[in-house]
Design a protein around this ligand. Structure first.
Ligand SMILES: [Fe+2]
Ligand SMILES: [Fe+2]
Length: 165
């Protein structure tokens, strides 16, 4: 692996191509996770009944679903396009690419578990116990998504900057 010097990335003229795009996609996932957690926390502080109404008004009953769909699609595209191209360009980084593929598999399971819990927020008769479970899951999911996207940037971006710099 190449050294990841995050502070220097912004000064590299090649950063504004694909690396910045990857970071923007990851920032979108991070932002949605944080917004979901904050929104569910606010809803949980409301009494039963108005919690559900607030979730509908703020879109928190759909945001978890959208986040899961977006993250699934992002990882699927990386598995089918980004990582194979990267591996053919940087065969010496195969162990690191394996690590990212394993992460995607693990994340896929976590996303499926999340989909079930977030899906319960969309039906009639959602209660605060379900909102609490969704909040717990969203908090776990945020941590593992953040760790993965951070690791992924540290593996892919330095190699791309070095290759095209
Ligand atoms: Fe990924
Ligand atoms: Fe990614």
């Amino acid at each position: 692996m190449f050294t990841a010097d995050r502070k220097a990335w912004g000064n590299d003229p090649h950063f504004l191509g694909w690396p910045a795009h990857l970071q923007r996609l990851h920032a979108g996932i991070t932002e949605a996770s944080a917004r979901l957690i904050a929104g569910l926390q606010v809803a949980l502080d409301e009494p039963e009944g108005s919690a559900q109404e607030l979730m509908g008004l703020t879109g928190m009953n759909r945001l978890g679903h959208d986040l899961v769909a977006h993250a699934h699609g992002h990882h699927a595209f990386e598995d089918s396009n980004v990582l194979p191209v990267f591996l053919s360009r940087f065969p010496s980084l195969s162990v690191a690419v394996d690590l990212l593929e394993n992460d995607h598999e693990f994340l896929g399971q976590a996303l499926d578990q999340s989909a079930a819990l977030f899906g319960a927020l969309r039906g009639e008769g959602t209660n605060k116990i379900q909102i609490g479970k969704a909040l717990e899951q969203a908090t776990v999911l945020e941590k593992i998504l953040h760790r993965h996207t951070y690791d992924e940037e540290d593996i892919l971006i330095p190699a791309v900057l070095r290759a095209y710099g």
